[in-house]
Design a protein around this ligand. Sequence first.
Ligand code: PLP
Length: 373
Amino acid sequence: MNRVYLDNAATTPMRPEVIDHMVQVMQTEYGNASSTHSFGRSAKTILETARKSIAKIMGCEARELIFTSNATEATNLILTSAVRDLGIQRIITSRMEHHATLYTVAKLVQEQGVEAVYLPANADGTVDVSGLDALLADGKPTLVTLMHVNNETGALLDIEKVGTICRAHQALFHCDTVQSVGKWALPLHDLPVDFAVASAHKFHGPKGVGFAYIAKHVVIKPLIVGGEQEKGLRAGTEAVHQIAGMAKALELDAIDLEHDQNYIACLKDYCWEQLQLAFPGIKTNGEHTFYNILNVTLPMSEEKAAMILFNLDMKGIAVSRGSACQSGSSKPSHVLAQFVAEEDLKRPALRISFSRFNTKADIDALLDALKGI
Ligand code: PLP
């Protein structure tokens, strides 16, 4: 069976060049980057070269990047430390954030007594930030955490707007940039953000590695202790091969960025056109969304909603749950629940997400499979 992967917001296939590079690093650079002998020094050089390369692409300083196991860890570190070490008393966020943020905020509310304020959603799936300025006007020490690209809908946040409001009130701004790093130019020093996070597996790098961007004017303390790695901010022997692979992936993404953006946007347009032809009455969840994510509600019955992912999977097609009552879950998507009408939440919604490795033939296969359901 010819398998089709259209779930690139969940994770992406690794680029072959990244795998080759990692294999080479694993074979030759097995020293511990903390060791002082030549093996260690050589591993350290790989590590710091990767840091510099990522910093150059991200428009920040190498010392502002902390390597972590993934973005979830990076977000845990940043939010926890902001409350514990920086005197943050209130976190402003939205109910459409990734659980990495939502669960960390809930934990901080429960354990540290921090106040959480949730901004509402607009009808187009974006966060309604119109009340942010007024909220921050009371001067309470606050951190705002909002994602750049929503991983379910592709809804976009105006980073410039939110960050500028935050700066005007001396509030800190953490932006979850997991879905846009490697896919969008994010010159961090030109953006009003204090913290950003990334996971390499979302941009054709390896799983199990990511980074936290912590602007140099912010001083935090570690979550994981036990060593002096990462300037003492994240103890544990660095996964040199993973970090080297992450840098390689980002370097290649940067080279191909414009081409890939255009190519993937065309795939998304084609998919949407074909879906509309095949399923009159189909709706998108979110408007003007990021170029690689398409979230749609199909005009099908509730019964079909329950089995749609399973049926697609049986035909070798991988897409993701977009809303309620699918793949055994009776809970609606916490994101769609914020802005999609109750009636539509019962219908099958799919998140289709594309990468440079997809073709129109993949979309044709998805359409054929959907028509047969
Ligand atoms: N934030 C967003 C927007 C995501 O899409 C994801 C992963 O799905 C994460 C955070 C967490 O990333 P990871 O599971 O790699 O830590």
